[in-house]
Write a protein that binds this ligand. Structure first.
Ligand SMILES: NC(=O)c1ccc[n+]([C@@H]2O[C@H](COP(=O)([O-])OP(=O)(O)OC[C@H]3O[C@@H](n4cnc5c(N)ncnc54)[C@H](O)[C@@H]3O)[C@@H](O)[C@H]2O)c1
Length: 273
């Protein structure tokens, strides 16, 4: 369904690793809606080569950047503007990684050096992206920056480990930078709190399958897919959401507003009978 919602808009999409990545689906949807953009990921992730397929489909250039390195981000932002022909209208921050989670360190036994990495990659990188854009005046007025997050920022979810702290920090950066960038340039900054989704990052969480099923049975609409998330991100990049900023927006089939559901209660009833 191409409605040209993003016709004439230029952007940068972080975090497309493979075709399961949420960022991959956002790139496809943004392309379908007429946007032009660059794709970026950490050099080590680019070595897998998968992203070149996406670049071909969407006509995008790939620019390597470690999202924790300001000099990489400066190069990315400058090159993207040169390639795309002007200031940018949207950025997707779809970046996350926790060495503690990846290496099975539980929350009560964190490796603190790794915690620093988790925070730098998964949260502070958003500040770095925004600060580089702000200092270089790289975003057009009414540009839209969207970061992906998870409800473990607000509530405890065993297994999500130190990523919960990273997401809480990320959502705080959304509010704080949203304030300054909104005042300075009418730039919008929001986070989308997405349902559990089968991706490399998602599946790294211990017990992800059970987590996924629990959310599916709790949410009145079921879990939101990566494709649905991509469509939502497109609306946030579009001019139809111009007055939305500094928000954490739940895109989760209703999960965040439910205490329990009939489907979950029935599982216990079955046990009782
Ligand atoms: N999958 C889920 O269940 C789920 C749910 C809610 C939110 N999210 C969030 O969505 C975002 C995208 O994750 P995904 O599920 O698509 O998984 P994914 O593994 O496909 O994407 C994560 C991306 O982060 C990139 N990355 C890691 N370190 C980086 C660095 N130093 N510099 C630049 N990029 C780096 C990876 O290469 C990868 O492309 C993440 O922020 C994740 O926390 C995921």
């Amino acid at each position: 369904m191409a409605q040209n919602l993003l016709k004439g808009k230029r952007g940068i999409i972080f975090g497309a690793l493979d075709e399961n990545s949420i960022a991959w689906k956002v790139a496809l949807a943004a392309h379908e809606q007429g946007a032009i953009f660059t794709l970026t990921n950490a050099p080590v992730a680019l070595r897998l080569g998968e992203i070149n397929k996406l670049a071909e489909i969407t006509g995008a250039k790939v620019i390597p950047a470690d999202a924790t390195l300001v000099e990489d981000l400066e190069k990315l932002v400058t090159e993207s503007q040169a390639l795309l022909g002007g200031k940018l209208d949207f950025i997707l921050h779809s970046v996350g990684m926790s060495p503690n989670v990846r290496k099975g360190k539980v929350y009560t036994d964190l490796n603190y050096e790794w915690l620093q990495k988790t925070l730098d990659i998964s949260a502070i990188s958003l500040h770095k992206v925004l600060q580089v854009c702000h200092k270089n005046d790289a975003l057009n007025e009414w540009a839209s920056v969207v970061a992906l997050t998870y409800i473990a920022a607000q509530r405890a979810f065993p297994g999500y480990g130190d990523m919960a702290d990273a997401k809480a920090t990320l959502e705080s950066i959304v509010r704080s930078f949203g304030y300054y960038y909104g005042n300075a340039k009418k730039v919008r900054v929001n986070s989308v709190s997405q349902s559990p989704t089968q991706t490399t990052a998602g599946s790294g969480i211990k017990g992800f399958g059970t987590f996924f099923d629990f959310a599916e049975k709790t949410s009145p609409l079921g879990n939101a897919s990566a494709e649905d998330c991509a469509n939502y991100c497109v609306t946030l990049f579009s001019d139809f959401t111009r007055m939305v900023t500094m928000q954490n927006l739940f895109h989760d089939g209703g999960f965040s507003s439910v205490g329990t559901s009939d489907a979950i209660m029935n599982l216990f009833l079955e046990k009782e009978s």
